[in-house]
Design a protein around this ligand. Structure first.
Ligand SMILES: [Fe+2]
Length: 342
């Protein structure tokens, strides 16, 4: 009788240990579905794990691919957090009913405009979409607004990526919002007509095109200039030094500023750990790293800009409600198509 009893005790103990290690592991992992594609994020996750013991599992895809996956997985999704490189994706996830309110106390340091009123999502960084112009062939006084890019003086001189890119789509929502659909379509048609070549490549490639003399003005997110300027490739550093940054619409609504942000998922089984990651990303220490690593702007007030951001200078930002970027996305895509901007 003794032997089997020991066995059964051992069996119970090992089962219990298995159960314990499983639940400890689940509690110690946050699964992040993200659209962001920056090496620096991995470094941040390692830092977070070192600090808290919580591991970060990452799944990368476009915002719409991730939303489709979350809808398919439903309650069984392993995901805790959804992160995008654009406000529109957060709005779509929220409309799809995928997001849960995060503790409002997490968002106290984030200005109201940069988080959802019901705490379904928050911005983590900000990114301005601006003009990068040739120092040799363009004067700052030649530049003024996004709308002015439709002017015939830019014929054959613009370099801008495809309209399938979310950064262009979000800018387009603000052109519609500030004007009207008809004006926005005519604008897109004229800008497409002013391009030096058919839309192609990334934001970095548009800056390279200006540096190579293929075009005079590119429309890009500021941080790509920062990434090129600090690249290990001399070619990239040369490309960055061939351009200056211009913030459009400074006498009007301001330059277009999008966000990268994160939402807590309803499917999250591990909300406490997920909230800890959000808290870490919004902490003054982490916020202070972004301007020097990805050259994005912080969202928390009082966090210093990097040297390069100071050099680009202070600017007026378009304060259009961020939900417009989501709500008008389909319209923006339709108008781009009608205008023939590939
Ligand atoms: Fe980007």
């Amino acid at each position: 009788m003794k032997v089997p009893r020991i066995f059964s005790l051992l069996g119970f103990a090992s089962l219990f240990a298995l159960f314990l290690s499983d639940s400890v592991q689940a509690e110690n992992t946050v699964t992040l579905y993200t659209q962001r594609h920056y090496e620096f994020d991995e470094k941040l996750h390692e830092e977070f794990t070192e600090k808290t013991g919580i591991k970060v599992e990452v799944v990368k895809a476009t915002a719409d691919e991730l939303i489709a996956r979350l809808e398919q997985e439903g309650e069984n999704s392993p995901a805790d957090l959804f992160m995008t490189a654009d406000a529109g994706g957060l709005d779509r996830a929220s409309k799809a009913g995928l997001l849960a309110a995060m503790p409002a106390s997490l968002l106290e340091s984030v200005p109201d405009r940069l988080h959802d009123p019901e705490s379904l999502w928050t911005a983590i960084t900000q990114r301005a979409r601006v003009l990068a112009y040739s120092k040799d062939r363009v004067k700052a006084s030649d530049l003024s607004t996004y709308e002015d890019l439709a002017d015939a003086k830019w014929k054959g001189r613009l370099s801008i990526r495809s309209s399938s890119n979310i950064y262009n789509q979000s800018l387009m929502t603000t052109i519609i919002e500030a004007n009207d659909a008809e004006t926005a379509e005519a604008w897109a048609k004229a800008v497409r007509g002013n391009m030096a070549r058919p839309p192609q490549g990334s934001d970095r490639d548009q800056i390279r095109a200006v540096a190579a003399g293929l075009a005079d003005v590119a429309l890009v997110n500021t941080y790509y200039v920062g990434l090129l300027e600090n690249s290990s490739e001399k070619k990239d550093r040369d490309a960055a030094s061939a351009v200056s940054i211009f913030f459009p619409n400074q006498d009007g609504r301001g330059a277009h500023v999008n966000i990268s942000g994160v939402g807590l998922l309803k499917s999250s089984k591990n909300r406490e750990a997920a909230a800890k990651l959000i808290e870490f990303l919004l902490s003054p220490e982490t916020q202070a790293q972004y301007p020097n690593a990805t050259y994005e702007y912080p969202v928390v007030d009082g966090v210093a800009w990097s040297e390069i951001q100071e050099r680009w200078g202070k600017f007026k930002a378009d304060e259009v409600p961020l939900k417009v970027l989501g709500e008008r996305n389909a319209e923006a895509v339709r108008l781009f198509n009608k205008a023939g901007w590939e």
